[in-house]
Design a protein around this ligand. Structure first.
Ligand code: ADP
Ligand code: ASP
Ligand code: MG
Length: 440
């Protein structure tokens, strides 16, 4: 079984959906096609939720009506026959009726997640109808029947596999399955999601759950590039990455992949391919267990980082001190990304500020805690050990004009992380592009 995931831009226009149908029927292999919402829809659903949370029902209604109009036009261009158009209008109208009903009831977080789920529910139904009209036999599987997360919001891979295998067994003759990315059920059996960009994660989880032969992430760019194409002018696709390298890049800001989307594939050693829906013949990026090449492969940046420096003249070198500090972060379920230590201080970074006041309060027991907000981690990834002599020098030469708050090297052989004030991020990415790749 092959997994093919198409992102928002890949399904965001009727002609693109037609192209997706061509891609998924190009050969006879069995496939699960995982779809995102049409581009812009999830952002709009977020806006609807925000308006409702702020009690602005008139505003929410206007946004709902505008989105509804967008879907009506989409259907006209997606489908040709009156009967299929009527079927599609009826389905979409039901989803908008649901949104309009929500306007009348009291808003809460569970309802918000129901709102967010509408995008993927609609895109998959529209694609399924298009397949029917085009004479393509397909089965629409409901992700809410098999995708689930536990009370810690972690996916239940074993259960997902059991449920999905049982569902697929009901259709022994079929080879084309369609399902929603992003959405799932939580431990309270409510509709939930895998966070923004989560359709990649869905695809990888589905692939791992049924031990697929390949997980293909089809998007609007020809693979993982060596630097953030939204920030620097010249970037180039990388033909091959190891699971570790891809996971580092995804976690540290390469938006092309959801931060958690590599581990499920890695667990079962399933290759992940990043491909371009608009340019399907391009090689894209293949991600496998194999380590290839030496030196720096790519750079990514993650914003919204908070650095905390804990100073303690007495206790730092005492054994057990770091454990005590880490236990505070563990207690508040706040992951630490970077760590640097000196004799009198330890600096750590976090990206989740939910429990920051409580964490700072508890850290007071061990010394003083200073906080720097608006920081960015610049993550430099590759097979860095092989060329370690030159790599650090090249990185530092490129960063010579930029103040560095933290440097982390040697944690793994794949990564050097630098922490800079976010106001220097663009300059840092540009300088590194020039210094490490000779690109503008
Ligand atoms: P989709 O809607 O298909 O999931 P996304 O917008 O989530 O697509 O991800 C694709 C986008 O990721 C690209 O258009 C590109 O702007 C951005 N991106 C950021 N960093 C990288 C990178 N290193 N390589 C490729 N794309 C990147
Ligand atoms: N539609 C969701 C989002 O925009 C999930 C995804 O596209 O991956 O975040
Ligand atoms: Mg995405």
């Amino acid at each position: 079984m092959r997994i093919m995931k198409f992102g928002g831009t890949s399904v965001g226009q009727p002609q693109r959906m037609h192209q997706v149908a061509k891609l998924v029927t190009a050969d006879a292999q069995a496939k699960i096609v995982v779809l995102s919402a049409l581009s812009g829809t999830t952002n709009t659903l977020v806006q609807i939720g925000e308006s409702l949370a702020a009690g602005q029902k008139t505003e929410a209604k206007a946004i709902i009506d505008q989105l509804h109009a967008h879907y009506k036009t989409f259907i006209q261009d997606l489908l040709q026959s009156d009967s299929y158009r009527a079927e599609a209008h009826q389905i979409i109208d039901e989803h908008f009726e649901f949104l309009n009903i929500i306007l009348k009831i009291s808003f809460n977080e569970a309802i918000n997640r129901d709102i967010l789920a509408q995008g993927e529910l609609m895109s998959t139904k529209l694609f399924h109808i298009y397949c029917k009209e085009a004479g393509i036999k397909s089965v629409l599987l409901q992700a809410l029947d098999f995708m689930s997360i536990d009370e810690n919001n972690e996916p239940e891979l074993g259960k997902i596999g059991e449920r999905l295998t049982a569902l697929l067994a009901k259709y022994p003759q079929d080879t084309l399955f369609i399902t929603q990315g992003y959405i799932c059920k939580n431990s309270r059996n409510e509709v939930d999601n895998l966070k923004r960009g989560g359709s990649d994660y869905s695809a990888s989880l589905i692939g791992a759950a049924i031990k697929a032969s390949v997980i293909e992430i089809w998007t609007d760019i020809d693979g993982m590039h060596n630097n953030d194409p939204r920030v620097v002018k010249q970037t180039r696709p990388i033909a091959h990455l190891s699971f570790e390298e891809a996971a580092e890049l995804a976690y540290f800001g390469a938006k092309i992949l959801h931060p958690a989307s590599i581990w499920p594939a890695q667990l079962h050693n399933i290759p992940v391919k990043l491909l371009n829906t608009m340019q399907p013949e391009a090689a894209g990026t293949t991600i496998t267990a194999e380590e290839q090449g030496a030196g720096v492969e790519a750079i990514a940046a993650k914003d919204g980082i908070i650095a905390i420096k804990i100073k303690s003249s007495r206790m730092l070198l005492a054994y057990g001190f770091l454990r005590q500090v880490f236990e505070i972060f563990e207690k508040y379920k706040t992951p630490i990304d970077m760590i640097t230590t000196s004799e009198v201080a330890v600096s750590v970074t976090i990206d989740d500020r939910t429990y920051l006041p409580q964490i700072l309060e508890e850290l007071k027991k061990y010394g003083t805690a200073e906080v720097d907000e608006n920081q960015s981690i610049i993550c430099i990834v590759g097979n860095l050990v092989a060329e370690s002599k030159g790599v650090i020098k090249n990185i530092m030469d490129a960063m010579v004009e930029i103040p560095l708050r933290m440097v982390s090297y040697g944690g793994s052989k794949h990564n050097v992380s630098l922490l800079v004030d976010s106001k220097y991020k663009v300059d840092a990415l540009k300088s590194l592009n020039k210094g490490l790749f000779g690109l503008d």
